[in-house]
Design a protein around this ligand. Structure first.
Ligand SMILES: NC(=O)c1ccc[n+]([C@@H]2O[C@H](COP(=O)([O-])OP(=O)(O)OC[C@H]3O[C@@H](n4cnc5c(N)ncnc54)[C@H](O)[C@@H]3O)[C@@H](O)[C@H]2O)c1
Ligand SMILES: [Zn+2]
Length: 664
């Protein structure tokens, strides 16, 4: 894999995890693993600035807005936090700060409450509006839901500022979490994974009466606004308390890093006694003057660092292994464990990922194993306790045939997973493809859930994605538990999906290795499914970020007759199989050229300018380097202009000169 492919594949993977975590509230890997991957990506991007992308998960807060609530743009952006799992990282961070500031620094340490971020607007002492963090720039307005939380004051006391936003974390106390799960167990419902995801999911409920039953709580930690009367984090916390906010008394003002470390050590033990979960400690530079000097990166403040606790481990017995078949036919072994309590939840299963991992762990049926959990629904086995291994413990023989359809499994060279090759006859694969097709980032048919798909399949109504478009309401009504209204919703969703733009359709049809980003790039380059179908391997590989593996996979997809038939049927159904008129490019005058805008622009906004570059075939990059062809310098251009001049190969243009390039 080339560096570029590696970067892209990490971006793609992390985007998917962000979606699972923030939108579905259903993470599939641990926070620790997520953070490791993010770090790996960050290092690759730093070493290869030419592959910079403003949409990379290293540059953006991972959340998203939903369609269920009004979208509100944050007046002040909501950032994420940099995190570290080691004291050394924290020490390095402190050194960097002291070097920049060249003066003594005080810190405020707070618990890192593990829940969902919220921003609450107060005007003239009245609670006005509550908005989730969303993607950091805009979030969901959930005011009614937040009003159900008793510790969020509706009216303030004391001498509060006229207008400000207070930010904090919505959490679900452990007691409530366990109570809710006990009730769900009684009703035979699936249990919630952890308090964080449950808190976040609760906020997204439409019915605030339901939210009220959850007994959420809220801990607040910062105030933002214009002309605020505090000079430090510590002073702000004290004032917020005086206005009537619930500010935990656990925060501590530390005069040096040693005191910070002592605080961390104390809470690493003590946290197990807290009535709610925390996942670390947040360390903040106390002085606002110093905070201002340090500023922000693309994603987080430089003046704060989250120290995250390593996840907890528990020991239990491995009872058996089951094998699951995914949408692509990939087989995942899952360990069934003797139930054990871990970090507030009961663990019964753990993912074993693939055969190599099983071999590496040398795990056997009947072994005592250590499981670890860090925010994921399926914890993982990290080690076997060899001291207590029974002499008769059986080695695990990876299955040779698909557990669902019996077909012999294959394993391609260089790949970790076994696959069931029976694409068209293996039920979980067929269902999985349909589930992918209707998912939010694909054709977005929210009214068709997994259960409906199984129902349609079992009744012979849909066995591939094109079959959706032949469905009639009369077909649906006789189905089990299908009310008139649900049937209509399904038909409406199918009809609506015909408006979904080409790039999403391309993602939805599920070509192997074609994720969201790749689909976008393909749509932009080839404009229609026909062009894509006819593209040569070379043309495909010429597209930015597309390597041989992806190119071959695309060709393989279109070479299959059944896929050609599928595409024809989708075309007949009226699906968007080409880009819209307004997206079509204006020219290729800037093909192969890179651009960067700096200073104050007067003829257009930065976004308009960047759009013009793209519409004419050029590319925007964000940093001045040897890879930059043109720097368009507006008024008061500063350091970027200087750097471009010093490189010598960058052509420097005025706005007018740039416009001339594309006027023809
Ligand atoms: N497992 C996965 O698939 C997956 C996917 C995406 C993200 N994640 C996890 O989420 C984290 C990144 O998410 P994030 O951007 O929400 O960052 P974060 O949760 O690491 O930190 C930022 C957030 O911490 C919260 N916070 C709690 N107490 C605070 C305090 N006292 N002061 C300030 N903020 C406080 C705020 O809501 C803030 O937005 C990663 O560390 C990662 O482990 C996991
Ligand atoms: Zn199979």
């Amino acid at each position: 894999m080339s560096i570029q492919e590696k970067i892209n594949s990490l971006r793609e993977e992390l985007n998917q995890h962000n979606y699972n975590y923030y939108t579905l509230d259903n993470p599939t890997i641990s926070d620790f693993d997520f953070d490791q991957k993010l770090k790996e990506l960050q290092e690759l991007e730093t070493a290869h600035p030419e592959f910079f992308d403003a949409n990379s998960p290293t540059q953006r807060v991972g959340g998203a807005v939903t369609k269920n609530f009004p979208t509100i743009v944050h007046e002040f952006r909501m950032y994420s936090l940099d995190n570290s799992y080691s004291i050394e990282d924290l020490q390095d961070w402190e050194k960097r700060i002291e070097k920049t500031l060249e003066e003594k620094v005080e810190f405020v340490c707070e618990l890192k409450y593990d829940g969902a971020s919220i921003s609450i607007l107060y005007e003239n002492g009245q609670m006005k509006q509550a908005v989730t963090r969303g993607d950091g720039f805009q979030g969901d307005e959930v005011t009614q839901n937040i009003k159900t939380i008793r510790t969020v004051p509706l009216k303030l006391k004391g001498n509060y500022p006229e207008k400000f936003y207070i930010r904090g974390e919505i959490i679900l106390p452990l007691k409530e979490f366990n109570r809710i799960n006990a009730e769900r167990e009684k009703e035979g419902l699936e249990l919630y994974a952890n308090p964080r995801n449950t808190a976040s999911g609760s906020l997204k409920q439409q019915d605030s009466a339901e939210v009220a039953k959850r007994n959420l709580d809220c801990y607040l930690y910062t105030i933002v606004g214009n002309n605020l009367p505090f000079e430090s984090q510590w002073e702000m916390l004290q004032s917020a308390q005086n206005y009537g906010f619930k500010i935990p008394s656990t925060a501590k003002l530390c005069s040096n890093l040693d005191e910070v470390l002592a605080f961390i050590e104390f809470w690493d033990k003590e946290r197990k006694l807290l009535p709610f979960e925390i996942d670390g400690i947040v360390v903040k530079v106390n002085s606002f003057a110093q905070q201002n000097e340090l500023g922000f990166t693309a994603k987080s403040p430089r003046w704060s660092m989250a120290y995250k606790f390593k996840s907890e481990k528990a020991e239990t017995e491995l009872l058996s292994i089951t094998y699951q078949v995914g949408r692509t036919g990939a087989i995942t072994p899952v360990a069934n464990l003797k139930p054990v309590s871990l970090a507030g939840t009961v663990v019964k299963r753990a993912s074993l990922h693939n055969e190599d991992i099983i071999e590496k762990l040398d795990v056997r049926i009947g072994d005592m194993v250590y499981v670890e959990k860090g925010g994921e629904i399926i914890p993982k086995i990290v080690e076997v306790n060899l001291d207590v291994r029974q002499p008769d413990a059986q080695k695990i023989e990876f299955i040779k045939n698909c557990p669902e359809c019996g077909t012999a499994l294959i394993r391609n060279e260089g790949e970790a997973h076994h696959f069931c090759p029976n694409e068209d006859g293996c039920k979980p694969q067929i269902i999985g493809r349909m589930e992918h097709f209707v998912s939010r980032k694909a054709m977005d048919m929210a009214s068709i859930g997994g259960e409906t798909i199984v129902l349609l399949y079992d009744n012979g109504l849909a066995k591939d994605v094109a079959d959706f478009y032949d469905l009639k309401k009369e077909d649906l009504l006789p189905l089990d538990r299908m009310a008139e209204k649900s049937a209509q919703n399904i038909i409406d969703a199918i009809e609506e999906s015909k408006k979904i733009p080409f790039e999403k359709v391309l993602y939805a049809i599920g070509i192997r290795h074609v994720g969201e980003t790749v689909a976008k790039k393909l749509a932009k380059k080839f404009h229609s499914i026909e062009n894509l179908q006819n593209a040569s391997l070379e043309e495909l590989e010429n597209v930015e970020d597309i390597g041989t593996k992806i190119a071959e996979s695309i060709q393989e997809f279109f070479s299959k007759e059944k896929n050609q038939i599928l595409i024809e049927r989708l075309k007949k159904a009226g699906i968007q199989l080409e880009i819209g008129e307004e997206e079509k490019p204006l020219s290729d005058l800037l093909e192969g050229k890179t651009f960067l805008f700096t200073g104050t622009l007067t003829q257009f906004t930065r976004e308009e300018a960047q759009k013009l570059v793209e519409q004419n075939g050029g590319k925007n990059i964000s940093a001045v380097s040897k890879n930059l062809n043109y720097l368009i310098a507006g008024e008061k251009a500063g350091s970027k202009l200087k750097k471009a001049e010093s490189i010598g190969t960058v052509e420097i243009l005025t706005e007018d000169e740039f416009l001339k390039m594309i006027q023809n």
